[in-house]
Design a protein around this ligand. Structure first.
Ligand code: SF4
Length: 231
């Protein structure tokens, strides 16, 4: 029988491999999606944004609620969603296999629910490595959407170190360029994994820098902690 990984031990190990300090600034090891199986899946809907400083592709967009999205609806032959119908919005957010995250953010921004679509898009960077994975070719959950290389911080293939500036500069650039977002607004950065709680300090630094730069209605979110954390 396969030996189960010790998640606490593996989390400390991940921290050692995937967090570093360069000239007083924290960097985390992230997945460069170029050439991965995830890239194929991501490109079904959006391109991979580039990190200007490194020339790599460690970001992806996520449309959280496809029932609201004009392009998704058009592809399914559905008419545009009626955003004046609050009840229909709430119902759409409660459908199976959808995320209700846009609702948290429209509330956080103090915006009107009829503008919820503008809070649907997330810019994601993905921490390399999961502490419930034993980092072998067959470890981890069988249903995981992250491949075994991307879930292994000791394997430097498809890996890139990102600092706070990489991420915020990229987000700022993407907020200026509507074409790459296909007209959708960008108010959310999501720190995803793998496991992100091994680098919570980095997520907090990211939030502080956003506040320092006074970036209007830009929020940071974690997918761990039951996918419920907004910083
Ligand atoms: S990232 Fe989540 S689904 Fe994937 S191996 Fe880790 S715990 Fe399992």
């Amino acid at each position: 029988m396969r030996e189960l990984v010790d998640p606490t031990k593996q989390a400390f190990e991940k921290r050692k491999l995937a967090v570093r300090n360069v000239d007083g600034k924290t960097q985390v090891l992230c997945v460069d999606f170029a050439g991965t199986m995830q890239e194929v899946d991501i490109k079904r809907r959006t391109d991979l944004p580039v990190d200007a400083a490194t020339g790599t592709h460690p970001y992806r967009f996520k449309i959280d609620n496809k029932a609201l999205d004009p392009e998704e609806r058009k592809n399914k032959g559905l008419p545009p969603f009626d955003f004046s119908d609050t009840e229909a919005i709430i119902k759409a957010l409660g459908e199976p296999r959808t995320f209700d995250m846009p609702l948290w953010f429209v509330n956080l921004a103090g915006d009107d629910i009829s503008r919820i679509l503008q809070y649907d898009l997330a810019l994601i960077f993905q921490s390399k490595g999961c502490n419930l994975h034993d980092w072998t070719e067959t470890g981890g959950c069988t249903y995981c959407y992250v491949d075994d290389v991307s879930n292994n911080p000791s394997n430097k293939k498809n890996a890139v170190w990102l600092g706070i500036e990489n991420i915020i500069n990229t987000a700022e650039k993407l907020r200026e360029d509507a074409s790459v977002r296909k007209g959708r607004e960008l108010h959310r950065i999501r720190h995803s994994g793998g496991e992100t709680t091994t680098e919570l300090d980095f997520t907090l630094e990211l939030q502080k820098e956003i506040e320092k730069r006074d970036l209007e209605k830009l929020f940071v979110q974690l997918t761990q902690i039951s996918a419920r954390a907004i910083l």
